[in-house]
Structure formats: C-alpha cells, structure tokens
Design a protein. Structure first.
Length: 78
C-alpha cells in the first residue's frame, strides 16, 4: 500500500512537471512559425498530461478502496 501511494505521488509530480513544460512550449512557440514535428510534440505533451492525470486519479481511487474509504468493491458484511 505504501508503494502505491509513492507511485501515485510520482505520477502526480510528473503530470505537474509536464503541465509546466507544455505551457512553456506553447508560450515560446505559440506565435513563431515552426515545424510540424514541433507541433506534434506540443500536442503529444498535452495527451501525456491528460493520461498521467487520469492515471493518478484512478490510482488514488484504488488506494482509497484498498484502505476501505472508497465504499466501492466492498461486499456487504465486510
């Protein structure tokens, strides 16, 4: 369980860092003409950011359920 929480924190940290990277790329490259490859890289960072955020939320939910605080997954009488 402790390892799950550590992983969740690392995912959140990576997502937060990716938000910053994405914002800087958009700001710095927003108005300048640049290659299609750069456009694809910027779009890809946004996709990764969303996936990391979704994964972190799912992992938090799983951790809550494992701790008994989520309510889901528990059978009556447990």
């Amino acid at each position: 369980m402790k390892k799950n929480k550590q992983v969740a924190q690392e995912i959140k940290k990576a997502a937060d860092e990716l938000v910053v990277v994405h914002a800087v790329l958009e700001k710095e490259l927003g108005e300048d003409p640049h290659s299609e490859t750069v456009d694809q890289a910027v779009a890809h960072t946004a996709q990764i950011e969303k996936r990391l955020d979704r994964s972190a939320k799912e992992l938090d939910e799983v951790n809550r359920e494992l701790e008994g605080g989520g309510g889901k997954g528990k059978r009556e009488g447990e």
